[in-house]
Design a protein around this ligand. Structure first.
Ligand code: AMP
Length: 225
């Protein structure tokens, strides 16, 4: 990358957003900034922030914009984000967060927003199957478990169902996505930033679509400057 790439990936829970963000981060050499991962790390290490957000997260509700924006502002001050840019995973999630992000980035702006498009019925089935390492966050499923007895292949942590992957919490999270996050798709489409990608198929198939689409968009953005 010869200049920072500022990317957002939108997609409902279970759309493969986290996995595709890892691929984007590796391919374009940009830091992967996941607000969900940052919050889960805070809960796990029992920081004051973690204590404050744990219940809300477990219920599948959203954390306040103030807390999220403070966390993002601190992360954006780290040198890797200034040099390389970022791929945001799970942020922005509300119109208020998107407004504040636009203001924080000035005079720069977001380059491309990938929207992973997938039917709700498919993600509900995927999430019911999903199991996650409580230590390192690696994702498995009932169909593709770790080699040994729900012990993580990577770090030997315990592989469990996330609290917020319970049926009740997932229903709540999907409703919140439709109400609060889906409106961002129209916003970024109107700004000419949206890349809508069909997210059914294997991880490799989706990654192929995402990366070639981003290469096109980023190439075009670079030749505009
Ligand atoms: P995720 O891993 O992105 O699904 O996030 C897990 C949980 O963290 C969400 O259900 C929210 O409780 C919280 N969270 C993550 N990102 C945000 C955000 N941008 N705004 C509000 N809450 C968030």
């Amino acid at each position: 990358m010869d200049r920072p790439a500022r990317l957002i990936v939108l997609g409902k829970q279970g759309s493969g957003k986290g996995t595709q963000c890892v691929r984007i981060s590796q391919h374009f050499k940009v830091p992967h900034i996941s607000t969900g991962d940052m919050l889960r790390a805070a809960v796990k290490s029992g920081t004051p922030l973690g204590e404050k957000v744990q219940r809300t997260m477990e219920a599948g509700e959203l954390i306040s914009d103030e807390i999220i924006l403070e966390m993002i502002a601190a992360r954006l001050r780290e040198p890797d984000a200034a040099t390389h840019g970022f791929v945001f995973d799970g942020f922005p999630r509300t119109v208020g967060q998107a407004d504040r992000l636009d203001a924080a980035l000035l005079p720069a702006s977001i380059d491309v927003v990938v929207s992973l498009e997938i039917p709700t019925a498919v993600v509900v089935a995927r999430i019911a199957q999903r199991r996650t390492c409580a230590s390192c966050g690696r994702v498995y499923s009932l169909a593709v478990p770790p080699e040994l007895d729900w012990i993580c292949d990577t770090c030997h942590g315990e592989v469990v169902q996330r609290e917020d992957d319970s049926e009740e919490a997932v229903t709540r999270r999907l409703a919140l996505y439709d109400a609060q996050t889906a409106p961002l798709i129209a916003r970024y489409r109107a700004a000419g930033k949206l890349a809508a990608i069909e997210a059914t198929g294997t991880v490799e198939e989706v990654a192929g679509r995402v990366i070639s689409c981003l290469e096109d968009h980023l190439g075009a953005a670079r030749s505009d400057t």
